[in-house]
Design a protein around this ligand. Sequence first.
Ligand SMILES: [Zn+2]
Length: 133
Amino acid sequence: MFINNQFLGIEWHAWKVIGWAGNAVFFSRFVVQWLATEKRKRVVIPVSFWWLSLLGSLVLLVYGLFYLRDSVVIFAYAFTWIPYIRNIVIHYRNKAAQKQCGACHTNAMPHAEFCYKCGARLEPIPPAEISVR
Ligand SMILES: [Zn+2]
């Protein structure tokens, strides 16, 4: 399999493993998003997409900074963590604020009055528990 220290035409060493691991993690987000969309038959971006984006881009940023030292690669991943982290924060804040339907246990948006799944009236959140962020 290894011929002249090469596998698949690539000369392998620790940095190549790190770079390809970053590539694999970053690429896997597309698979995760596509499968989630196919499952629900509507466009869906699961939170795992943002986690994989964050992890993959940070690994590729490290690869660009410390191995390649290439401004194109460094710039490509230098700022992408900002929207990834913001989307993760918004996701968990929204999830924490969701109501749960007493009839079917489906989660509903914080300001929903009725369950979108079974139609049951949802209990209003007491004003003291609603915080503005
Ligand atoms: Zn319900």
